[in-house]
Design a protein around this ligand. Structure first.
Ligand code: NAI
Ligand code: MG
Length: 332
């Protein structure tokens, strides 16, 4: 059986790290058919559109998508692409690896962030010279959908501890936003109770202090949209470079995988970008398609290279993207 995977490199180092990730996928015992789509600044310059309808359709119709990064047009590309795959949850692991200089080497957490509503629902108004407002949207249905995903995620042993009983933490601010985060919290707790999954909670501001002080207290963390965006970036800071962080935008029957980093214009075109984030995103794609063992092999190969080298410049080495990629493929 072969999977149709949409490949959208985008701009800048997206054009360097996505080909690296495809080399790694090519070394696995899984059949892929890659379908190419264009998106980003260069396409906009050429055609007037950052995300051509054809690319949207390719992503919507594929089994999964691997995306690199887009430059100035990032929001015009990634928001519709998340919609194209029907994503309701953003999965953001932040794991520190030996060999990569992490601020908190014991960090190993995974954020599950609501991906469609909250303050990012787009209901913002400039009402007068003095007054602007924003309507925060929280629905029971989206909160429950996220919580159900979280329960299945931990039950499948996909949390950092790999333990089906590890449960999760919900971070919110229901003491102040009683109606919106109150509803979010209630629904998440209700679903966890129905599913028999352990859940504890943190107020998100206190959590922003406690996580960096002792990341070992946490594993899977479930958040509303903005909180998940900010707190997962905080966790990213604990594990070091942007070149290491993968992510997934998951829907019910489709998903899009992308490194957290952007187009890195300062190093683009030099062949020195760290391919790790893109390769780990590809590992998440492989796992999403059900090949958990193959995903684990990629992860182990990456961990081996991070530990023993070669390293790209962001990790203090002088290896090229191609050399690091070849080292990962060798280990596979
Ligand atoms: P960035 O992530 O592109 O770069 C920040 C810093 O990290 C730079 O110094 C860069 O060299 C370094 N870096 C990032 N990835 C790296 C890698 N794989 N290997 C080695 N070093 C790496 O973020 P920045 O500079 O804020 O944004 C640059 C452009 O990217 C902007 O046009 C922005 O709109 C876009 N962007 C796109 C995103 C997306 O498509 N999802 C996400 C973030 C930014
Ligand atoms: Mg962000």
């Amino acid at each position: 059986m072969s999977y149709e995977v949409a490949v959208i490199e985008g701009d800048g180092i997206g054009r360097e790290v996505v080909p690296a990730a495809l080399k790694v996928l090519g070394a696995l015992d899984v059949g892929f058919e890659f379908v190419r789509g264009d998106a980003g600044d260069a396409v906009k310059d050429a055609t007037g559109e950052a995300l051509p309808a054809e690319t949207y359709e390719i992503a919507a119709g594929a089994d999964a998508t691997l995306f690199g990064a887009a430059g100035e047009t990032a929001a015009d590309v990634i928001l519709p692409l998340r919609e194209a795959v029907g994503s309701f949850v953003n999965v953001r692991p932040a794991k520190a690896y030996p060999g990569a200089d992490a601020l908190r080497p014991e960090t190993d957490v995974i954020f599950l962030r609501e991906n469609t509503e909250g303050v990012y629902a787009g209901h913002e108004d400039r009402l007068s010279d003095d007054l602007s407002t924003l309507t925060r949207v929280i629905t029971s249905s989206a909160s429950r959908e996220l919580a159900e995903f979280a329960c299945e995620f931990v039950a499948d042993g996909r949390g950092p501890a790999g333990d089906p009983d590890e449960g999760f933490t919900v971070a919110h601010k229901a003491n102040v936003m009683r109606e919106t985060d109150g509803r979010f919290r209630e629904e998440v707790f209700a679903v966890a109770e129905e599913r028999g999954v352990d859940v504890d909670e943190e107020l998100m501001d206190a959590f922003a202090t406690k996580l960096p002080l002792d990341p070992t207290q946490y594993g899977v963390i479930v958040c509303p949209n903005l909180a998940g965006d900010v707190l997962s970036d905080l966790a990213a800071g604990l594990v070091g470079g942007l070149g290491l962080l993968p992510s997934a935008n998951v829907g019910h029957d489709n998903a899009l995988f992308e490194p957290v980093h952007g187009t890195a214009p300062d190093i683009a075109g030099q062949g020195v970008a760290n391919p790790t984030a893109a390769i780990l995103s590809a590992a998440m794609l492989v796992e999403y398609l059900g090949h958990v063992e193959e995903g684990r092999r990629v992860r182990e190969a990456v961990e081996g290279v991070l530990s023993d080298g070669p390293h790209t410049g962001d990790l203090g080495g002088d290896a090229t993207t191609a050399e690091v990629t070849a080292a990962v493929v060798d280990r596979l």
